[in-house]
Design a protein around this ligand. Sequence first.
Ligand code: TXA
Ligand code: MG
Length: 358
Amino acid sequence: MKRWEISSADVDGEGCAVVAQALKDGQLVAFPTETVYGLGANALDETAVRRIFAAKRRPVDNPLIVHVASKAQLVQITPADFRLSPTQEKLIDAFWPGPFTLILPAGQNVATSVLAGLHTVAVRMPNHPVALALIEQAGVPIAAPSANLSGRPSPTTASAVVDDLGDRVDHVVDNGSTQIGVESTVLLVEAERAVILRPGGVTQEMISKVIDIPVVFDVHVADIDRTPLAPGMKYRHYAPDASVHVWWGDDADVYAAMRERLASDDGEPLSKDMKAAIIAPRDFLHRFDFGLPSSALAPLDSADYPMALANSLYALLRQFDFADVTDILIYGVNPAHGLGTAVMNRLQKASEGRVYRA
Ligand code: TXA
Ligand code: MG
C-alpha cells in the first residue's frame, strides 16, 4: 500500500496523476470525500469492483455508490436513452457536488457487482477537490463505498482507513479529516414522491425546498424492524467494539439516565471492568459531574451540537475502542429535525437500538 498526502492545492501534481491512472487500471484507491473516506475502483471494471467487496468483507447483496465528476459523466452509467426528469434535474442542480446520492436506472456498462442484482445505480458527485480531480483524471466513474471494514464506523481520516484495510488497498490518499462526517443522503425519486433511503448530509427540509412532490423517509428509518429499500441499511453498522447507549431529551433527564447506567450494568452492581466514556455537548459536561477522568469525556461544540456530533462521531467511536473503553454513553439529538435524523439513524445502528428518550 502506498500512502499519498495530496492537499487540495495539489490536484494538478504527479501524485494525483499516478493515483488516477491506478484507478483507471483497476487498482483500489482510498480517497477523501466531504463525507467520509471512500474505497474506490473503476465502476466499469468488474474485477476491480469485486476487489472492493473482498477488501471490505462486504456482503455482495449490498450495492455501491458510483461517483462522478460531472453531470455529463452520467452517460457512462445510465442507459443510452435515459433523460433526467425535471425533478431529478432540480435535485442535481441544487445538491451536486455534495452529500447527495440519487438512484437512477443503470446502464449496461456498469460492472455487475456494483448493482448487486438491482437495475438501478446510486450516483453522487462528491464536493471535494481531490475526489473530483481523481475521478476526472481517471476518466471513468468510480464505485466507492465507505473505506472501512464492513460493520465498523466509517473512516473520517486516512489513518482510520489504514487501520481497517492496510495492505488490502493499493493506494491511500490522505487529505486530513473529512468535513461532514456522516455519509450522503440516498434518495429515490418516484412519480408522486421522493423517498429518503438513507438520511445524510442533505436533510429532508433541504430537499423539500427544491422539489414539488412530498419527501418521505423509507419506512425503516423510523421503524428499524422494517426491511429497508437500500440493502446496506439492514446490517449492523457503524459499530465500535464497545457497547453504545444513547439518550436525548432534557439535560437533567439525560444526566440521570447516564448516572444510572454508570452505576449499574443491567441492574447488576457496576462491573469493575467497565470503562466508560461520554460524548456530549461541552456545556452539559461542564454543568454535570460524572466523576470520570477528562480522557473519558468528549465535549463537543454546544452551539451546533448535531453538526458537531456528525463531524466527530465515527472518529470518537474508533478512538474509544482504541482506548479499550467498554461503554460509550452518548448525548443524542432530536431525530425529527435536520441533521439529527442522519446522526440518530447511525446511532441506532451503532448502538444496536439502544437509543432512549430520557
Ligand atoms: O457519503 C457517502 O455516500 C460515502 C462516500 C464514500 O461517498 N459512501 C457510502 O457508500 O456511504 P456505502 O457503500 O457505504 O453506502 C451506500 C448505500 C448503502 O446503504 C447501499 O445499500 C445504498 O447506498 N445503495 C447503493 N446502491 C443502491 C441502489 N441501487 N438502490 C438502493 N440503495 C442503494
Ligand atoms: Mg458504509
